[in-house]
Design a protein around this ligand. Structure first.
Ligand code: NAI
Ligand code: OAA
Length: 359
């Protein structure tokens, strides 16, 4: 499922703080890149005086923008709203947009939002090195998406290679960055990214993750953990579980070939430059599988806490579903790792010591 967060995302617009100075810069050093940062003096505000004063206080007391964020696939269905949401964050001072197509128009449009961050656009593989320099956070929805009737795994052939190549560039240029993979099939693309980073000697499992982690029955809503005072009959649990497992597919079908979920995914992805508690698919030893999803506290720079009690006290239905999904997750992980190691899946198994990198 695309977005499941109950956390809040702090959004502030510089316009509403009465930003005093305006700036528009164009730089054509490479012939491909433009630097756009527009700040407008904004005398009129839709806020009343009290709100305006409160926002000015917020800007005085909050830490300065300290993140440089790169979005790979920034001109796509997810990339565009994600770029807007990140452009609105007071925590971000620079936003680099990369895509193989149409990225200039996104940057030009976005640069008219007078928030603190400066937007730059990059296109073409030769630009990746500059684009990733000193980046703290990489968000990657670069890839192709599925059409109605396809499974997420059906994207493996094309997307595995895109993810591998882009993560190799990340490893070369900003290996200390937080890396957020969005590209499907996630159950395989995260292990692909981990394997590439390992091969380059720069893997930190606390810095690589995806919100959720999913495909078909490997999406398992733990309805028994709902805190609100609500109870479901066994039939309702079954119906709700299947509905949630198909939530992404519902959007694919509603868009009838024009894409998959974009706005909700961008919303979920944008939150990770704030402190959040959310379910993430990462490498750790919650189960016998090396990668799994659980609730995690994500701090400013890394995964800080994995809530390992998440799988305790499941109902019989949930426990059965959990056991039933493990072979599929295992196969997806093995497929991703074998792809990077260029080995047949059967020739490889995950060493047990590697299954416990996050404690
Ligand atoms: N994690 C999640 O919950 C979700 C994941 N997805 C996945 O996210 C991915 C992107 O989805 P959308 O943005 O809707 O697709 P889209 O097709 O609208 O955008 C993808 C963008 O990536 C760019 N791109 C392709 N190859 C590239 C490369 N090598 N380098 C840089 N950019 C490249 C394309 O030019 C395009 O602008 C898909 O794989 C989709 O399945 C989609 C929805 C939910
Ligand atoms: O369904 C898809 O293909 C996109 C996706 O992963 C989701 O929305 O959960």
């Amino acid at each position: 499922m695309a977005a499941t967060s109950g956390t809040t995302f702090s959004i502030r617009s510089a316009a509403s703080t009465g930003s005093k100075y305006g700036r528009l810069t164009q730089s054509n050093s490479s012939g491909l890149k433009s630097v756009n940062s527009v700040g407008c003096e904004s005398k009129s505000s839709f806020l009343d005086t009290e709100s305006s004063i409160a926002l000015k206080r917020f800007y005085r007391t909050k830490p300065h923008a300290s993140y440089k964020v790169a979005i790979l696939g920034a001109a796509g269905g997810i990339g565009r709203p994600l770029a807007l949401l990140i452009k609105m964050s007071p925590l971000v001072f620079a936003l680099n947009l990369y895509d193989i197509a149409n990225v200039k128009r996104v940057a030009a449009d976005l640069s008219h939002c007078d928030t603190p961050s400066q937007v730059e656009d990059f296109a073409g593989a030769s630009e990746l090195g500059i684009y990733l320099k000193d980046v703290n956070v990489v968000d990657s929805p670069a890839c192709v998406l599925r059409k109605p009737g396809m499974t997420r795994d059906g994207l493996f052939k094309i997307n595995a290679n895109i993810v591998k190549t882009l993560v190799e560039d990340v490893a070369d240029n900003c290996s200390a960055a937080f890396i957020h993979i969005i590209s499907n099939p996630l159950n395989s693309t995260v292990p692909i990214a981990a394997e590439v980073l390992k091969q380059q000697g720069v893997y930190d499992p606390k810095k690589l993750f995806v919100v959720g982690g999913h495909a078909g029955i490997t999406i398992l809503p733990l309805l028994s953990k709902i805190k609100a005072s609500v109870t479901f009959t066994d039939d309702e649990v079954e119906q709700l579980t299947v509905r949630i497992q198909n939530a992404g597919t519902e959007v694919v079908e509603a868009k009838a070939g024009a894409g998959s979920a974009t706005l909700s995914v961008a919303y979920a992805a944008a939150q990770f430059v704030n402190d959040v508690y959310e379910c993430f698919y990462v490498q750790f030893d919650l189960t016998e599988l090396p990668f799994f999803s659980s609730r995690i506290k994500l701090g400013r720079n890394r995964v800080e806490v994995v809530i390992s009690s998440e799988l305790h006290g499941l109902t019989e239905y949930e426990q059965k579903a959990l056991e039933a999904l493990k072979p599929e997750v295992k196969a997806s992980i093995e497929k991703g790792v074998a792809f990077v190691r260029k080995q047949p899946v059967t020739a490889w198994s995950f060493p047990t010591d590697e299954a416990s990198l996050i404690k």
